[in-house]
Design a protein around this ligand. Sequence first.
Ligand SMILES: *[C@@H]1O[C@H](CO)[C@@H](O)[C@H](O)[C@H]1NC(C)=O
Ligand SMILES: *[C@@H]1O[C@H](CO)[C@@H](O)[C@H](O)[C@H]1NC(C)=O
Ligand SMILES: *[C@@H]1O[C@H](CO)[C@@H](O)[C@H](O)[C@H]1NC(C)=O
Ligand SMILES: *[C@@H]1O[C@H](CO)[C@@H](O)[C@H](O)[C@H]1NC(C)=O
Ligand SMILES: *[C@@H]1O[C@H](CO)[C@@H](O)[C@H](O)[C@H]1NC(C)=O
Length: 303
Amino acid sequence: MMTNSDQYYSFWSFGVFFFLSLCPSFGLNIDGTLLLSFKYSVLEDPLSFLDNWDYNDATPCLWTGVTCAPDMFRVISLVLPNSKLIGSILEELGFIQHLHTIDLSNNFLNGTLPVSLLNASELQVLSLSNNAISGELTESIGGLKSLKVLNLSVNAFVGNLPQKLSFLQNIKVVSLSKNLFSGGFQFVEVLDLSSNLLNGALPDNFDGDSLKYLNFSSNKLSGLVSPQFAKKIPANAAIDLSFNSLTGEIPESIDLSNQKTEFFAGNTDLCGKPLKKLCTIPSTPSSPPNITTNPPAIAAIPK
Ligand SMILES: *[C@@H]1O[C@H](CO)[C@@H](O)[C@H](O)[C@H]1NC(C)=O
Ligand SMILES: *[C@@H]1O[C@H](CO)[C@@H](O)[C@H](O)[C@H]1NC(C)=O
Ligand SMILES: *[C@@H]1O[C@H](CO)[C@@H](O)[C@H](O)[C@H]1NC(C)=O
Ligand SMILES: *[C@@H]1O[C@H](CO)[C@@H](O)[C@H](O)[C@H]1NC(C)=O
Ligand SMILES: *[C@@H]1O[C@H](CO)[C@@H](O)[C@H](O)[C@H]1NC(C)=O
């Protein structure tokens, strides 16, 4: 081999060799470098899951919790649930180009969701349930164009739910239960959360000022359709509550001009004018409804 050519020899001349040996392309690849930033931001890792995340590796493909695409050395998933990690979701995670799964649920991560992560166009699963992540979920979430599963339940998110959430084309599972989301959908005109696993009561503080169409059909909503909820539904909005487990009398205050009987169907214990079914025991139910200040817990479900 060495006999081959001067060109070969000059390539391996001392100067070039020395330069290349310092060149980062001989060290950890870009995805590994981005993951290392996350490691360095972790304050505590009591179970030592990140111990083998080593700067001297060429790729992060054998690191705990990390999976690469076959042959590509590009990271496609970061899965470290139940790891007792204390830290935050670093901006750098959003720059891992081909990442399609993040599962860091059940840790102690706090801080906010970086915009870069909401811009990760190949991300399909974002599971950060049961941490202490706070801040608002902004309209930037529209950047998650491939998102199929969003599980942010049990965190400290506040504010309104972003309108763009309901327009993500591939979304199948959305769980936002047990956060501090309030108000909800004040700018949303069309909200179709039908065929999910929305559970709990309809929220009393539902803020649907701009709603024209609300579809909660085929979920697991229970309890009364409270007058407080009914009052927040604009008069000209169509509201489909069919196939849930709602009970009691449909409030008179719901404007019926845009409602049809079938929008209330499939709730065995619902009664009242829209259903043309009289309530035998008027108004008061046997046990008081559970008052929830949060919007319904949103759990799984394909369209
Ligand atoms: C996140 O938790 C750490 C460790 O408990 C704390 O020092 C830091 O202030 C917290 N950051 C935020 C934004 O709450
Ligand atoms: C979001 O992604 C687009 C295109 O991939 C890029 O141009 C833009 O700078 C990104 N924004 C942020 C905040 O990362
Ligand atoms: C609500 O969604 C269900 C299930 O997707 C659908 O069958 C129904 O027609 C929708 N209701 C309205 C009023 O569009
Ligand atoms: C109401 O809350 C109680 C305890 O908080 C619970 O046991 C019960 O199942 C709840 N009922 C409904 C209808 O959610
Ligand atoms: C969300 O994540 C939590 C924690 O991993 C899990 O228990 C729950 O079932 C998930 N919810 C959905 C709808 O997948």
